[in-house]
Ligand binder design. Sequence first.
Ligand code: RP5
Length: 168
Amino acid sequence: MKRPLVAILMGSDSDLEVMSEGTVILKDFGVSCEMKVLSAHRSPELVSRFVKQARSRGIQVFICGAGGAAHLAGAVAAHTTLPVIGVPLNASALGGLDALLATVQMPAGTPVATVAVGKAGARNAALLACQILALHSAGLRKKLEAFKEKLVAGIIKKNQQLEKELRA
Ligand code: RP5
């Protein structure tokens, strides 16, 4: 098995369904990853130990998903200079707005690249991780270019379908 390049962390196993969206994307792009439940509030020492050892194990990008007070991405970013992507999750009565604000509003000096709330965010976090890794991988860059071309082809097809329906 290849050494993981991306660590996907989540605050609870209740986040697994959403965060698994990212693993599907990474698998499609042939990027190895590992997944762990680590909570900024329930297990702060484990978070710090994991993050401090990650670079020496080959990790290059962190993706952190959490709901509610959602401090995981920020807590990870506090311990590393590796890029950290935060995925706010809808896990409380506030519908994810709480997690979005907690993840995005980092103080200057400790950046977290925050993506959208929920599954779209989990997917985009994985794509962004691939784009970061592609800075040093021509193979990965080609796969990303092919992915973009597929997006364009999808839009063209939708317009053809729309025209057909309007003409009918
Ligand atoms: C957050 O609290 C987790 O990331 C999760 O989204 C939320 C609820 O966790 P559980 O009570 O389901 O373990 O820290």
